[in-house]
Design a protein around this ligand. Structure first.
Ligand SMILES: [Zn+2]
Length: 123
């Protein structure tokens, strides 16, 4: 793992942890304890003023992470549809970045080839 990749992974990890903490109910949702526990992440342990442990249904935790990764689900989409749409968008973006990177490598190869040819011609 490169330093940049490690930094991105740490940043993503922190982003997701923050999203999970932000999704925890602070007690003013106005729902019954049972309703809230089904729909929200529940604070479990605070450590020095920071929410350290949460609990929630697997679905609530997954939805929180997906929303943090993919953005909020637009009206008219369900979670599965939106996950698919965003996955395709992200793959397209990754493909465009790959194409741009390949173009940069080709341009660099051409420049290196020109320098080598100049060196040969000058020798
Ligand atoms: Zn609540």
């Amino acid at each position: 793992m490169t330093d940049q990749t490690a930094t991105q992974a740490t940043s993503l990890r922190q982003h997701l942890a923050d999203a999970i903490r932000d999704a925890a109910c602070n007690g003013d949702c106005g729902k019954s304890e049972e309703e809230c526990a089904r729909e929200r992440i529940q604070p479990f342990v605070w450590h020095h003023g920071v929410l350290a442990v949460v609990e929630g249904t697997p679905e609530v935790l997954v939805d929180t992470v997906l929303t943090a990764l993919l953005g909020p689900i637009p009206t008219g989409f369900n979670t599965a549809e939106w996950t698919t749409v965003r996955a395709i968008q992200l793959m397209n973006e990754a493909g465009q970045e790959r194409d741009a990177a390949q173009a940069r490598v080709k341009a660099l190869e051409k420049r290196l080839l020109l320098v080598t040819e100049e060196e040969v011609a000058g020798a």
